[in-house]
Design a protein around this ligand. Structure first.
Ligand code: ADP
Ligand code: MG
Length: 699
């Protein structure tokens, strides 16, 4: 149960004055929530930059093109003439050095008159411009009277916004939310507070939202850092709690005689790479140890993780136990079963699939066989963690592309057996610091080599102005029997426009290539997706228009061409993942990155990196660097997926400190009791990392 003291922060934003249904909708979108955001979501939405309004020149000295705050007296109004609503409403104002014109377009009648009453003194802030020899401010950002001015710090935070949401209304909502902040107990230990010179939480929030100095909102500054540490500590503490639970000594161990594994290896149409063999051996060793396995198998796309996972499953089957493989998407789960089933069959391993699509009788049948121990390896999606899915003897949980799953899912799966060993597969090569934030301490196996016989991928960038040439080129490739992925980014669909960009591209390519074009996107029904994938894999369709649903894991070795539209909109990791779908067969592959001009600086750097290298680890590192730069430029991209405040680049130091602190806390106070424990529970709830708390019981 969430401590009562936090309740005010978890009140819906709509409880704030001035936040209605319209803002609710915009804020949901902005803050990435499916339901109404809470005050805590607002407070943790930090500014991207600031506007400095402290420059307060006289009118005569105002520099055009700069942001100025003028103290003026309002002289007269010239509203837009009747019937000419496009003409601006002008307000003439002055100080003892000159005149300024304040210009309003399409103002509501009476609004400007009320804002700037004739004869009164006002403080007006905005960008100064010269127009016809007169100083002018178009739509001043701020107009306040003496009392209002006294409240301004002169520095305005600028938040990432979404279309339709005015900065003023967001600032007002955040200011109101700040007033509701309860006095929370301090959860950071005195030593850490001292060592890092962290301010108290309330002070930190106050300074980032109402900056007094330009430096107050810097991510590396004390205020932001304090918030980042809180977030990281919550994350690390949650992971440490889970880990402490998972690491409890296991009962019987699960290493068989290797019989099944040998049969699988014999059935493979290829030889395992050295790193695949090493990883399989490390896993077998883990399974023998008296503590539970917690291992991350990292390998770039196409490095062959699936077969290693299968070998792990075989090892527990050898002792009569069961394994589960959970994938983040339906397509991926089906893909796994497709690779695994033929190998498993020949070795005598019984496999089945369970996703949202297996329903009714079919599902019942699977569940019955599972409970009876007649299935050795169950592959599936989230459907695996539903309550009624019961194993006879689950001993191994393999989780693919894990960082898409939260701690909650991982726990739910491992709770379905006794002392379940955990193997996590990740295709994104994750730098060490990030491994820590996603998984806490874990043993790591890496698949560094690509399977033999892989051909290099040539990557080219091209302006989308040359789309026609690209389509012509695709035509030639099609004629030569090649398979082409055509990737279109998923754009938030508006309510009125029914077609997604992918559907539009599909239609336009169909006009040219007819039935040779297929389409797959996330909103399609599962069976339709499968069919589209299958038709492509079989070569029935030669061009597959797709959104990022093909990003992870999809394996069509015959596909050798990939066109990515609006490549500038994708992150580096995503581009790398996408590109990993080609270059899987024995033929050379080409990746064409189409970009819309003009290309921003960061985007152009990203494309350069992806063009230069296919080394996933290098790409991951460059990604971190560029994300950092993106943040400085105020674009909205959080440095650490799953984290709102902490940044991988700026706060790398804090990640390890938070980890150490979490470990120390659990050593001294494993059940989180006493005042300190109480405070830490508060922290876990605040950042919604409380899923591990039931493991240790009430404080
Ligand atoms: P990922 O690591 O991206 O999940 P997969 O496990 O899907 O990679 O493997 C990609 C492809 O490589 C599959 O078609 C698989 O059969 C093949 N493969 C795996 N290991 C080897 C190997 N040692 N030699 C040749 N091909 C391999
Ligand atoms: Mg895979």
């Amino acid at each position: 149960m969430r401590p009562d003291i936090l309740n005010p922060l978890f009140a819906p934003v709509t409880s704030l004055t001035g936040v209605g249904p319209k803002q609710d909708k915009l804020l949901r979108y902005l803050l990435g929530r499916d339901d109404t955001p809470r005050l805590v979501d607002l407070l943790l939405h930090l500014p991207a930059s600031v506007i400095d309004r402290r420059e307060r020149p006289k009118i005569r000295d105002a520099v055009p093109g700069t942001i100025v705050t003028l103290e003026v007296t309002v002289d007269r109004h010239r509203p837009a003439p009747a019937g000419r609503s496009r003409a601006p409403h002008l307000v003439y104002a002055s100080d003892d050095t000159g005149d300024v014109v304040l210009t309003y377009f399409r103002a509501k009648p009476g609004y400007v008159e009320k804002l700037l009453p004739v004869g009164e003194k006002r403080y007006v802030s905005g960008t100064a411009q010269m127009f016809d020899g007169t100083l002018q401010i178009v739509h001043p950002d701020r107009v306040v009277d003496e009392a209002g001015f006294a409240q301004l710090t002169g520095i305005d935070p600028v938040y990432p916004l979404t279309e339709g949401l005015a900065i003023g209304s967001l600032r007002r909502a955040i200011a109101l939310a700040l007033q509701k902040l309860p006095a929370l107990p301090e959860w950071i230990s005195p030593e850490v507070l001292r060592r890092c010179s962290f301010p108290p939480l309330a002070e930190a929030l106050q300074h980032v939202h109402v900056p007094v100095e330009l430096t107050d909102i810097l991510p590396e500054g004390p205020f932001w850092s304090r918030l980042a540490f809180d977030e990281l500590l919550a994350g690390q503490l949650a992971l440490a709690l889970v880990r402490a639970q998972l690491r409890r000594p296991a009962g019987t161990r699960n290493a068989g005689d290797g019989e099944l594994r040998h049969r699988i290896i014999d059935a493979l149409p290829y030889a395992l790479t050295t790193s695949q063999r090493d990883a399989a051996a490390a896993i077998a060793e883990d399974l023998k140890q008296p503590v539970r396995m917690l291992r991350l198998l990292q390998g770039d796309v196409g490095s062959g993780k699936t077969v290693v996972a299968l070998l792990a499953a075989a090892a527990v089957t050898e002792v009569g136990k069961q394994a589960a493989l959970m994938a983040p998407t339906e397509i991926l789960a089906r893909q796994h079963i497709k690779t695994i089933a033929p190998l498993a069959e020949r070795a005598g391993l019984r496999v089945a699939i369970l996703t949202g699509r297996e329903k009714g009788k079919e599902r019942k049948h699977i569940l019955a066989r599972l409970a009876a121990g007649e299935i050795d390896l169950l592959v599936g999606t989230h459907a695996l963690i539903q309550d009624d899915v019961m194993f006879k003897a689950l001993a191994l949980a393999v989780v693919d592309e894990q960082h898409r799953f939260g701690v909650r899912e991982r726990l739910a799966l491992t709770a379905k057996g006794d002392a379940v060993d955990v193997l996590v597969l990740s295709a994104t090569p994750i730098p060490r610091t990030l491994v820590l934030t996603y998984f806490g301490d874990m043993d790591v196996s890496e698949l560094r080599e690509k399977p033999a016989g892989r051909q290099p991928i040539e990557t080219r960038t091209m302006s989308s102005n040359r789309l026609q040439e690209v389509i012509d080129g695709v035509g030639r490739q099609l004629a030569a029997g090649k398979l082409v992925y055509w990737i279109v980014p998923l754009v938030e669909e508006s309510e009125t426009v029914q077609l997604t960009d992918a559907e539009q591209r599909f239609e336009s390519l169909k006009e040219r290539f007819g039935d040779k074009v297929g389409l797959v996107h996330g909103k399609m029904r599962g069976t339709d997706k499968d069919q589209a994938m299958a038709r492509f894999a079989s070569g029935e369709t030669g061009v597959l228009v797709a959104t990022t649903v093909v990003e992870v894991g999809v394996d069509v070795p015959a596909a050798t061409i990939m066109v990515i539209e609006n490549a500038e909109r994708f992150g580096l990791a995503q581009l790398h993942q996408l590109r990993g779908r080609i270059g899987r067969g024995s033929e050379a592959s080409t990746c064409l990155l189409l970009y819309k001009e003009p290309l921003g600086e960061i985007a152009s750097k990203r494309l350069k990196v992806i063009k230069e290298t296919t080394d996933g680890f290098r790409i991951a590192e460059e990604d971190l660097k560029l994300r950092g730069e993106g943040d400085v430029l105020g674009t909205r991209q959080s440095g650490l997926p799953g984290y709102r405040i902490a940044r991988s680049d700026v706060h790398a130091q804090l990640i390890t400190q938070a980890r150490d602190e979490a470990l120390r806390i659990l050593k001294d106070n494993p059940k989180l009791t006493g005042a300190q424990g109480e405070a830490l529970r508060c922290l876990l709830y605040l950042y919604e990392r409380d899923e591990a708390l039931p493991l240790i019981g009430a404080g």
